[in-house]
Ligand binder design. Structure first.
Ligand code: U5P
Length: 539
């Protein structure tokens, strides 16, 4: 039953409109649901782009890294950064100065695009109009931006191989290092024979980061001390239990391999000892019907993918062939020869395979019965939704702070909109007056009056432009000193927001926010407005 636990956007807009904060008092970010049944902090709400009736969902699946496991970028990405620098210096012969560099983990944000050829980092709006651009760490002027990206044909590209999308939190360290290297190369021409061009530099950084993920540089450290690198979240287990008690199957599909997956999942879902430690066992498997590790997403989502599926023996990590000519077992079937030492005989652990295998294992009849929760638009969400037709939920940890700021800055944003309207109004008057001045039959006196009026309007316009620019800069910097608001670029949705809107049926800040809503909730989107409708919103 849909209990309507969350507030609709209408509540939020009307709250926004009715609230007066002229006394400077900050109200908490809590929104009452229409029925007054429950309050959900806006930072923890699930937002809906496309209707989704949970009653039609029979299986809920999860990605692991940066979805169930929220890494602490200050430690985890710093580790990736340090490891990458060492590989660049010791394996690829980059100058030793790099070892003295440090990483500002807050500098880069998701949704940016790296221009590998030009050494630029860009933030663009949904029309791929480049609004913010840096060459290394130097802000580019408007003229530079127009020259490089003003052409619509160039704008159509902005994809691999010439551009790299910073669309996972895993990419923050490499984006930062790329900017540092661009600066370094510009300031030391010819010093480093290895980094002869930006494209090569990017390729080296990408390969070195990837190697850190694969050769144990990162994972051994995390395994030794997960608490330092991953946020604890005690609400994941209740959320998984709730879904399973509601009759849904649950599954995990991760690109991480079994040995690492079990460490991370045990940290997140394992039983806690009295002293706050974690008992190391496989209890976490109780919360899943199927676990697929080493899934090689996004290829996993292609139905014609012929990757072999191996069963994982949990204690030894040994891989067992599943392709012995017998049909794939369904959930509930226990085939002792194939299913070794599995908890309750229910959760099956695999490596590889493809979505076809998963559908068989879970007896999925239609892909629209599956909800998959992930953090990566390309790796998790776009392919699963577009290629496959799964329903999707995107986890955007940045959202919690973003909505808090939207609330805190409501006065400034109101002022910004008023200033923009004022500027536009004056500009319209000026254009109108210019045309009037061109008309025939205006006598000299009238002309003089009109010119004085024009001078006055131009003065007002310049003032309004300046105030608007100042307010815009202030607002931009309050969200992020360099890149501004994650979901907006100027007055338009950012490219990132546009992708969220197109590919994620639902989006929220944390995976465990699912437990704040009924497992049978009917998620409905807010009404979408065309610009002409904004004039007459029926609130
Ligand atoms: N990963 C890489 N290379 C990268 C970034 C991430 O191999 O450049 C790995 C992570 O270490 C993790 C997996 O094991 O990809 C992401 O898994 P998941 O998001 O599917 O859970």
């Amino acid at each position: 039953m849909d209990k309507g636990l969350g507030a609709g956007i209408g509540d939020i807009i009307s709250h926004f409109q009715n609230s007066s904060c002229s006394d400077g008092v900050q109200e908490p970010c809590i929104w009452a649901s229409p029925g007054g049944a429950r309050k959900i902090d806006i930072g923890k709400q699930i937002f809906c782009n496309r209707s989704l009736n949970m009653k039609n969902i029979v299986a809920v699946g999860f990605d692991m890294d940066y979805t169930l496991a929220q890494y602490k970028p200050e430690t985890f990405e710093s580790l990736a950064y340090d490891g990458t620098v060492r590989k660049l210096v010791y394996d690829l012969g980059y100058p030793e100065e790099l070892l003295e560099w440090s990483f500002d983990w807050k500098y880069m944000v998701r949704g940016l695009v790296l221009d590998k050829k030009r050494g630029n980092i860009l933030k663009m709006d949904r029309h791929k109009y480049v609004k913010v651009a840096y060459h290394g760490f130097r802000e580019m002027s408007k003229e530079e931006k127009v020259e490089a990206y003003g052409n619509t044909l160039i704008r159509d590209a902005f994809d691999e191989p010439d551009y790299a999308l910073i669309d996972t939190l895993f990419s923050l360290a490499e984006a930062y290092l790329f900017a540092q290297l661009v600066d370094f190369m510009d300031n030391n021409p010819g010093k480093d024979s290895k980094s002869t061009d930006y494209v090569r530099m990017y390729k080296d950084v990408r390969a070195a980061v990837d190697l850190c993920h694969r050769d144990g540089t990162l994972k051994q450290m995390v395994a030794k001390d997960p608490k330092t690198y991953i946020n604890e979240d005690r609400s994941i287990v209740p959320m998984l239990k709730m879904l399973r008690e509601s009759g849904r199957s649950t599954f995990l599909v991760t690109n991480s391999l079994w040995d690492y997956t079990t460490i991370v999942m045990n940290f997140l879902c394992g039983s806690h000892t009295l002293d706050g430690g974690i008992t190391c066992n496989s209890d976490w498997l109780l919360y899943f019907d199927v676990v697929i590790t080493g899934s090689a997403k996004p290829g996993f989502f292609h139905e014609d993918n012929r990757a072999n599926l191996f069963q994982v023996e949990p204690e030894s990590g040994m891989l067992l062939n599943t392709d012995n000519g017998t049909p794939m077992p369904q959930v509930g079937d226990i085939s002792p020869g194939l299913l070794l030492k599995e908890k309750n005989g229910t959760c099956r652990i695999f490596q590889g395979g493809s979505v076809g295998h998963l559908h068989k294992l879970l007896s999925i009849e239609s892909s629209s019965q599956v909800l998959y929760v992930g953090d990566h638009i390309y790796g998790d969400i776009l392919r699963s939704k577009k290629v496959l037709g799964w329903r999707t939920m995107l986890v955007v940890p940045e959202l919690e702070r973003e909505v808090e700021l939207l609330w805190e800055l409501r006065d400034l944003r109101k002022k910004l909109h008023l200033l923009r309207n004022e500027r536009d109004l004056i500009e319209d008057q000026i254009h109108h007056l210019k045309w009037s001045l061109k008309s025939e039959g205006i006598d000299v006196d009238e002309q003089r009056k009109m010119c004085t009026r024009m001078d006055d309007l131009e003065y007002q316009r310049d003032k309004a432009r300046l105030s608007h620019q100042e307010a815009q800069r202030e607002c931009h910097q309050k969200f992020h000193k360099v890149w501004g608001q994650l979901m907006k670029t100027g007055y338009q949705n950012s490219r990132f927001a546009h992708q969220v809107e197109r590919f994620a049926c639902l989006y929220t800040s944390q995976v465990s926010n699912l437990s704040l809503y009924s497992p049978d909730k009917y998620y409905r989107p807010s009404e979408g407005f065309m610009p002409h409708e904004f004039e007459i919103i029926p609130l």
